[in-house]
Design a protein. Structure first.
Lengths: 525, 99
């Protein structure tokens, strides 16, 4: 197989080809690196590459494959699903010996002294990490424009954002750089970029994946999850990273089901799963400001699920409209505490200006970007003397009501179906000076974080030639139902014309004369 | 609901140990007040008898055995320090010298 064809393969197809001996892990990696080198300048999905480390890992994977091939079918079948498969890591994941910057100047030049739990798990599974992907600074943002290293573009339209904060991983998967990527989701940061880039993204249940070594943003909301080009691949990646880890006391001792082998290989069998499935459609998720094209695609998708035998039930989540305010108190409050550690003393960017206080003010004032400073200010204010009850405690009480809405809905349905984002990808720069407009991008995703539930976004067609995401929301620990629904929806729409479309600007990505996202932003400013 | 004056913004910036420029203070005064306006909707809800939720999964008292496990060496731990002297990080004095 030629390089370009290799990058088109999904992870499960790569796994089959590796086992059959049709391709080596080294060849898969070289194809991936060649594609990144040829197309990333105008896309800027990557923050840093680790070509040497990835080559060593690929050689080790090829040795494991050769040994298993020698030992017979059983040994081959026992190999981990990710062995030899390239996986992009969001730069929020600390990796030993590699830059780990969280998209922030304050961590510019910071090299990880240890590996995050998920980096260890991926290495054990034999996954190959070509590098780290761009993101909004400290995962605060919905567009990947708030990166100290410059914005990322959307491969469907290079003048638009890929969503965020995990926009680099989403764009890398959509542009065929890698079949899989890791993101983190605090208010929608996996699902919203998955929707805007036309890929699959899952935010697991709070507590499903250990956050040891993930640079903290809002600790009662943050979760780590997979991107893929289909649901099965996303399930395989989650499988490899999920489960209890002693080093994160919030990672739950809940058994991890074998999702990837439970999912049906045949479309007929997968679609059959929908017969009699009870799916709730929350009225409140067709929010004010939702684009008609997005609503149309989502309603068509719901109709398709119903025709395939699902029972669609309208449900109420009456406190949905309070989600945004609740989230934008809780998340900044927790962030202001988590980001107190960046003091220029022990690691990271450091400014010297007079005394200790002067050093703190200068280091933090110049090291953090505008959105991070905004959130630290909001959070510090919400937690400050005299305002704690009015803001933070109030928000925690409304959190109880939002969670109770979901509990009530799940008494009568197995899962919910909703839009992922109210709009398709918006133009670079369009919401940079209007934080509230930016925050509205996450209106349909952040209630899911507030309640700690799993949410899956799958592509459901195009509006104005840009991808639209369909969100399935499940009960706590029930990622399995979401994977079945995502797989079933893919099966019943397997013949849809939009599934065969490539991101419209892939051609422009291959043209070295195409400007970078930063140049494009500067030209507009 | 609460309105932040420019002095309030400067006070919060000091609490957060953020050195902000005059221009940043001006911009933040407008933006923070606009965001705080969005919080006002929460006052519509009667939450007097609602318990707060701090986290969503029911885990309590997570304990593990208190055993020594491998950890970073001094060199690894200090590798990112801006200034180092021997096994220590150099910081400015915070207590006036006796003299």
């Amino acid at each position: 197989m030629a390089g370009n064809d290799l990058t088109r393969l999904r992870a499960h197809e790569m796994a089959a080809a590796l086992r059959a001996g049709d391709v080596s892990a080294r060849e898969l990696l070289e194809a991936s690196l060649a594609r990144i080198r040829a197309t990333d300048r105008p896309l800027h999905a990557w923050a840093s590459l680790d070509e040497d480390g990835a080559r060593d890992a690929a050689k080790a994977a090829d040795r494991r494959l050769a040994a298993a091939r020698g030992a017979g079918q059983e040994a081959l079948a026992a190999l981990p699903g990710l062995l030899g498969i390239p996986v992009a890591l969001k730069d929020l994941v600390v990796t030993r010996g590699l830059p780990s910057t969280a998209g922030s100047r304050i961590l510019g030049g910071f090299v990880g002294p240890y590996d995050a739990h998920i980096a260890e798990r991926l290495a054990e599974a034999g996954a190959i990490v070509p590098g780290k992907t761009n993101m909004d600074e400290f995962a605060m943002g919905s567009s990947t424009e708030h990166s100290a290293w410059g914005p990322t573009s959307n491969p469907w339209d290079l003048t638009r954002v890929p969503g965020g904060s995990s926009g680099g991983s989403a764009a890398a998967v959509a542009s065929y750089h890698v079949p899989l990527g890791i993101g983190t989701d605090t208010g929608g940061s996996i699902r919203q970029p998955a929707a805007l880039c036309g890929v699959v993204g899952l935010k697991p249940t709070y507590g499903r994946v250990s956050r040891y070594g993930i640079i903290a943003f809002a600790s009662s909301l943050d979760q780590i999850g997979p991107f893929g080009r289909d649901t099965r691949d996303a399930a395989t990646l989650l499988q490899a990273i999920a489960g209890r880890d002693e080093r994160d006391s919030t990672s739950a001792p809940i058994p991890v089901p074998d999702w990837s082998t439970e999912l049906a290989a045949s479309d007929d069998e997968a679609a059959g799963w929908l017969r009699g499935a009870r799916i709730g459609l929350p009225r409140q998720y067709f929010v004010k400001g939702m684009e008609p094209g997005v609503e149309a695609r989502v309603r068509e998708a719901v109709a398709a699920l119903e025709s395939a035998g699902a029972i669609i039930v309208e449900v109420d989540l009456p406190h949905t409209d309070y989600g945004l305010a609740t989230y934008y108190i809780i998340a900044p409050a927790e962030a202001s505490a988590n980001l107190a550690r960046y003091d220029g003393v022990r690691f990271g960017y450091s400014e010297h200006e007079g005394d200790v206080l002067g050093n703190y003010l200068a280091t933090r004032g110049r090291g953090f970007g505008a959105e991070v400073k905004r959130r630290i200010m909001l959070g510090t204010y919400a937690l400050s003397a005299g305002y704690y009850d009015a803001f933070y405690l109030k928000a925690q009480k409304v959190r109880t009501l939002i969670k109770a809405d979901f509990d009530a809905a799940f008494a009568s349905v197995d899962a919910l179906v909703a839009p992922t984002s109210p709009t398709v990808a918006f133009p670079l720069g369009a919401r940079l000076d209007d934080p509230v407009a930016m925050y509205l991008s996450d209106a349909c995703t952040l209630p899911v974080n507030i309640a700690g539930l799993p949410g899956l976004s799958v592509p459901c067609g195009l509006s104005d030639r840009l991808p639209v995401g369909l969100q399935f929301i499940g009960r706590a620990w029930d990622e399995g139902t979401l994977f079945h629904l995502g797989r079933a929806y893919e099966a019943i729409t397997a013949d849809a014309g939009w599934r065969r479309l490539d991101p419209a600007d892939l051609g422009a990505l291959e043209d070295p004369a195409t400007p970078t996202p930063a140049e494009r932003m500067a030209a507009h400013a | 609901m609460a309105t932040l004056s420019r002095d309030d913004v400067a006070h919060v910036a000091h609490l957060a140990r953020l050195g902000l420029t005059e221009e940043e203070l001006t911009r933040l005064e407008g933006q923070l007040n606009h965001i705080l306006d969005q919080y006002a909707v929460l006052a519509e809800l009667d939450t007097e008898h609602i318990a707060p939720t701090a986290q969503t999964i029911e885990l309590e008292n997570i304990l593990r055995a208190d055993v020594v496990t491998p950890s970073l060496s001094v060199d690894e731990a200090l590798a990112g320090a801006p200034e180092r002297a021997g096994d220590h990080i150099v910081v400015p004095g915070i207590i006036a010298e006796y003299e």
